[in-house]
Ligand binder design. Sequence first.
Ligand code: TYM
Length: 330
Amino acid sequence: MDKKIVFSGVQPSGELTIGNYIGAIKNFAELQDEFNCYYCIVDLHAITVPQVPKDLRKRSLDVLSLYMACGIDPEKSTLFIQSHVPAHTELTWVLNTITYMGQLNRMTQFKEKSRKSDENLNAGLYTYPVLMASDILLYQADFVPVGEDQKQHLELARDLAERFNYRYSDTFTVPEPLIREFGARIMSLQDPESKMSKSDEDANAFILILDDKDTIRRKIKRAVTDSLGIMAYNDEQPGLKNLINIYSVFSNDDVETILKRYDGLGYGKFKEDLAEVVVEGISPIQDKYKDLINNKDYLEKVYKEGAERAEYAAMKTLRKVYKKVGFIPR
Ligand code: TYM
């Protein structure tokens, strides 16, 4: 029987955080034996905020290297760069015509971004979720592994798939989000009420996958906790809860075990050990990344082969769509 299809993407718009790792990339490798996986570097999405072209090129290769450093095997999964497959933008146009502006107005990520900067309210930022729906629907993805923050965008993708299928007859698989119960929302180390984000102005708020050991130790030491001083896991102690989540993901220990281990020992000792757990978990990824990023020929081979495989699958869907909406085949 054919394997079910998984699609996901990461923006090359900054250096990746352990939030990206825990919420998304770590899970990608775990899915690749059971599913037919497509993992994309979404450079078209990245230019919805201003980018320095040379940095964008570097970061795209960074994400490709990190994908592989985190265990994604290009022999098993298709790794590719979004702009290499023009079908993404072509399907976006068609889907734009069945997307209601009211729906886009309700997207919380757009609302947040537009609140923060009214200088750069470009149309790309607004239709960003339609491009994301195209990414997913082109590959007929059954499952989309993402962090919590992408849930609303996934709902739009489902909605557009259903609307198109209803109007033009069955064409798209309606995708399901794969959001882990645990680690789907890693919070800022400085403000545990908001998401850890690579675009945070305060560098102490996030840990990058490529931060060196001492930086990781320093950031964890400075992480905001609370004045209760009791090792517990609840929403009244969100800073501590977030740190326990991170500990749990990197150590594979469950929350109970962690609470018992640090009962009465104070936050200081817990943070010290957490830093070592994170350093230990991330070091092998960093080592592999360093090998890969210097091997430009290999990276080129991977993304070229990936683009070919991706294009083949994407074009199959796009041809169907063009036919159904009434375009004359060339
Ligand atoms: P991006 O590049 O912002 O983030 C990549 C992935 O990391 C997850 N993530 C987090 N998970 C847990 N805690 C956090 N603090 C955290 N921060 C980020 C995100 O949920 C995401 O899964 N629009 C997408 C990229 C995209 C995409 C797609 C994803 C484009 N097309 C198609 C899936 C399918 C984005 O901006 O992710």
